[in-house]
Design a protein around this ligand. Sequence first.
Ligand code: NAD
Length: 352
Amino acid sequence: SANAKVLLVTGGAGFIGANFVLQAVADGLRVINLDKLTYAGNLDTLEPLAGNERHIFVQGDIGERALIDQLLAEHRPDAIVNFAAESHVDRSIDGPAAFVHTNVVGTLGLLESARDYWRALEGQSRDGFRFLHVSTDEVYGTLGAEGKFTETTPYAPNSPYSASKAASDHLVRAFHHTYGLPTLTTNCSNNYGPYQFPEKLIPLVIQKALAGESLPVYGDGLNIRDWLFVGDHCSAIRRVLDAGRVGETYNVGGNAERTNITVVKTICALLDARSPLAVGRPRESLITYVKDRPGHDRRYAIDASKLERELGWRPSQTFETGIEQTVNWYLSNQPWVQRVLDGSYRMERLGA
Ligand code: NAD
């Protein structure tokens, strides 16, 4: 809605959700932040909001209808932004069930609660209500050397992760068409930036390269991802929330296709310039090719021209400026990373 004042954000202790919440609260919005605090949820990231009355954190599952109904009744949000998901492809290969539990069944529960809440709204609050579902370009499958994903590219998910996200996107679409729920869906390319869990490529490589450890690269290193700085993803979501056409989907991307090997070499060069390894050994020499991920998609590329044309959104970072900021952030925030690596970030959820 044009002046969304209160948001129910799910998954707001994760990488993108937390970046979004920090930004939204700084901009004056009130955020009810519902997160289950799986291994990927990290309350350390939300530390800057301690004591801020515009942020309320609630631990819980998006599929818990009674809890969601109660939060909606109590806080009367103008919009729901659904980030909550199991998000790591490699984990989905080892254990797909959790992905179906949260991404499919959980999203269905959230949609049912949202539908019932929206139906009981009246007048402007009913017209202005939005359910924004955050999704991925991986639902479109893989590309050859040419072409880009558009909003009309047929869904062809290849991993259990992307299959579960595709299913959730379809449920969101169905809730719009069947019940009239005012939904919006965004399908974004790979994100990177501050507060990303160090199992993902970019923070993993930064940490290992810093420590002088070998840098694992899947297959021949020539898989291509289209990278977007997380702050730009968040600004796109805000833009779609404010001005997107109900029932539509918007692709989000920064025109920044890079092979994995280029990403790794870029990080190595940035770190070599800032804190060289002993005897000036270049970090590139740490690269080790490892057995490819099963079913590894070769290339993703996003055509974000609908979002640019209709809503005037533009990314603020290129890959080069964004990756430099990210490397600098990890260098200046080693305590945040160390608490993830040694597991102490999980203590808070246990009340310790
Ligand atoms: P993340 O794994 O860092 O965070 C996910 C958060 O959701 C965690 O805080 C976790 O505790 C929470 N969560 C998990 N299951 C839950 C449940 N059942 N109920 C409530 N909370 C639950 O993921 P991310 O990288 O921040 O991704 C956020 C969203 O954006 C996901 O929906 C993902 O599919 C999508 N997305 C991610 C990328 C990317 O590159 N990371 C790109 C496009 C889209």
